[in-house]
Design a protein around this ligand. Structure first.
Ligand SMILES: *Cc1c(COP(=O)(O)O)cnc(C)c1O
Ligand code: SF4
Length: 346
């Protein structure tokens, strides 16, 4: 199922190993011209649309992720996740800026509290990659830049509510933050007796595997909290050798590794691809957790897969995979106490 064409750009992979994750992050492709050039796509066909989408939500793709794409293939499932298309500028009925209504769930600056037992901490608004279908693409991240006083308030809020037993580092991508900041957060949260688990929602170990470095390992291994890392991988071609090695290092720190995916037209709207993804995840020590039904975020309607089609894909997976490799198909419904599972046999 995974294409392994010679055109894949493996040669630059070794260069990437030599560079720090900060350099790789800073060197990301951030313009339509550079993205098309890097992938060998004709500007006459793709530039106008890419520029249009880029103005709505800027392009950002790090080199290690680009290196897994096939040059000259506009349908590459990794490229599709990051290449803006003219369709993004077209309005579509029912597609809105904040489909999950997170703007109303802010407990204190930087802390989103929707569920009783777990609180989501916006460590940073930045991401290492901008995914075109992101349901947070319109999120007002600037409102969540935390001052030292905000950080103290977050810790006080967590300490005061004994119902909270899990803190989720989110963003943006929390691993864009420095290990110094993350270690300080882990320590402050570890000092709150009723908190048991630290969860990290991140795409960085996948898009820049070099992020899994000694300083990250140091604080991740040191915390008394149980750690869970929820990755975000949508297609098996996202898992290359370097990524698998990074994931092994995270497991070795004692973290439980899970994955969430979004069902996306033109990326993984195919039961064979989803089964291959589950198998590839398991080989890398990761268990499938959630498969998110598509959220109707404005600008991303070209990725839409209907709930009925998503249900049918997961029913097929149930026949082809052991139960532990079948992710739960869920949707986040504003106002519900947790993610809502979609009934597969409705
Ligand atoms: C998804 C989400 C969580 C975590 O939910 P789980 O079902 O435990 O994975 C927590 N807080 C918010 C705001 C979320 O969107
Ligand atoms: S990494 Fe996650 S939060 Fe960031 S753009 Fe992609 S989907 Fe959105």
């Amino acid at each position: 199922m995974i294409q392994r064409t010679p055109a894949r750009i493996e040669a630059r992979q070794s260069d990437n190993d030599e560079r720090s994750w900060q350099q790789l992050l800073a060197g990301s492709v951030t313009t339509p011209e550079a993205l098309l050039e890097r992938l060998g796509l004709d500007p006459a066909q793709w530039l106008a649309g890419a520029e249009q989408g880029h103005r709505l939500f800027p392009i950002r793709v790090p080199e290690p992720y680009l290196s897994r794409m096939t040059r000259g293939n506009p349908a590459d499932p990794l490229l599709r996740q990051v290449l803006p298309l003219a369709e993004e500028g077209q309005a579509a009925a029912g597609f809105v800026a904040d489909p999950l209504q997170e703007a109303g769930a802010t407990a204190t600056t930087g802390l989103i509290r929707k569920y009783r037992s777990r609180a989501l901490l916006m460590v940073t608004g930045q991401c290492a990659i901008n995914c075109r279908y992101c349901f947070r693409r319109h999120f007002p991240y600037e409102d969540h830049r935390l001052s030292p006083a905000d950080r103290e308030q977050v810790v006080r809020t967590l300490a005061q509510d004994t119902r909270i037993n899990e803190v989720i580092f989110s963003g943006g991508d929390p691993l864009v933050a420095s290990d110094r900041l993350l270690a300080a957060w882990a320590e402050a949260i570890g000092n709150i007796p009723h908190i048991r688990r630290l969860r990290i929602h991140t795409r960085l170990p996948v898009v820049i595997p070099q992020r899994v470095c000694d300083t990250l390992e140091a604080w991740l291994s040191a915390t008394r909290l149980q750690t869970v890392i929820v990755l975000h991988i949508n297609h098996p071609a996202e898992l290359d050798q370097v990524t698998r090695r990074a994931l092994r290092r995270l497991s070795a720190c004692g973290a439980t590794l899970l994955n969430q995916s979004v069902v996306l037209r033109g990326v993984n709207d195919n039961a064979g691809v989803l089964c291959e993804l589950s198998e590839a995840l398991f080989e890398a020590g990761v268990l499938p957790y959630y498969l998110h039904a598509f959220d109707p975020v404005a600008g991303a309607h070209h990725f839409d897969v209907s709930d009925d089609e998503a249900r049918s894909l997961v029913r097929t997976m149930l026949g082809d995979l052991p139960g532990f490799l079948v992710p739960r198909l869920v949707r986040e419904t504003p106002g519900k106490a947790g993610k809502t599972p979609l009934d597969l046999f409705a």
